[in-house]
Design a protein around this ligand. Structure first.
Ligand code: PGA
Length: 263
């Protein structure tokens, strides 16, 4: 059985009311699928309302960031305890917009990953290279640095509670998706890093999502790749029609999903 995750990243969009309406409409249209996990990463202001709206549905609600301290003098920040209090057990960590626009370092990301694990919040660790880095042949070294530093001091038992999202920066919000082959190649690199740091079995079982201009037209091709275990979707997760198409997409038997799913 091959499990996968379709996660939406709403970034700085929507109001509480819009989030409730979206979840209601999405839930009403879901085709059941035992392999798929659905996660919506929403702004902090609507975490609570969205978690309430998603109760008794297969939709899970996550945050897009959190601070690594439990509490304290950190004006404007949200702690892991607060996320849980608002009904969320998931969060993105180290999205490239956090790294680039808000100066998050690999060290910060490492602290956040450890804090998420401590408070039993599932982190989705985002990694990925810029166009300049890719063109300079630095894909492998960038991923190595980001993954190793983020997971520094994280045990094998704990790393299994983490999901990784490979999001090449040049493909985010640009309409330029990495080809399914290029995405898969980067996922293989990440698995090799995990294999060296931990072990082969663990590396094989980790869920690695692809993000960067995923839409209803390219999801099937991406999801057919052996090392891609789902998608992290920005733009196309804002519209309930396109996100419904994404989550209702049915992976083919020939792509490693067995017969509970129509082929
Ligand atoms: P995009 O964003 O799907 O709009 O490219 C993905 C992301 O930033 O997570």
């Amino acid at each position: 059985m091959k499990k996968y995750i379709i996660a939406g990243n709403w970034k700085m969009h929507k109001t509480i009311k819009e989030s409730e309406e979206f979840i209601f409409q999405l839930n009403a249209r879901l085709i059941s699928n035992p392999y798929r996990q659905i996660l919506l990463c929403v702004p902090f202001t609507m975490l609570h309302a969205a978690s309430e709206a998603a109760q008794n549905s297969p939709i899970q609600i996550g945050a897009q960031n959190m601070h690594f301290e439990e509490k304290g003098a950190f004006t404007g920040e949200i702690s892991p305890v607060m996320l849980k209090d608002a009904g969320s057990n998931h969060t993105l960590i180290g999205h490239s917009e956090r790294r680039i626009l808000f100066g998050e370092t690999n060290e910060d990301i490492n602290k956040k990953i450890k804090a998420a694990l401590k408070f039993e919040i599932m982190p989705i660790l985002c990694v990925g290279e810029s166009l300049e880095e890719r063109e300079a042949g630095k894909l492998q070294s960038v991923l190595q640095t980001q993954v190793e530093k983020a997971l520094d001091g994280v045990s094998a038992t704990d790393v299994e509670k983490i999901v990784i999202a490979y999001e090449p920066i040049w493909a985010i919000g640009t309409g330029k998706t990495a080809s399914a082959q290029d995405a898969n190649y980067a996922h293989e690199i990440i698995r090799n890093i995990l294999e060296k740091k931990y072990n082969a079995e663990l590396a094989k079982n980790m869920l690695i999502l692809y993000g960067g201009s995923v839409n209803p037209d390219n999801i099937a091709q991406l999801m057919c790749m052996p090392d891609i275990n789902g998608a992290l979707v920005g733009g196309a997760s804002l519209d309930v029609e396109s996100f419904t198409k994404l989550v209702n997409f049915t992976p083919r038997k020939s792509c490693g999903f067995d017969d509970l799913i129509h082929s």
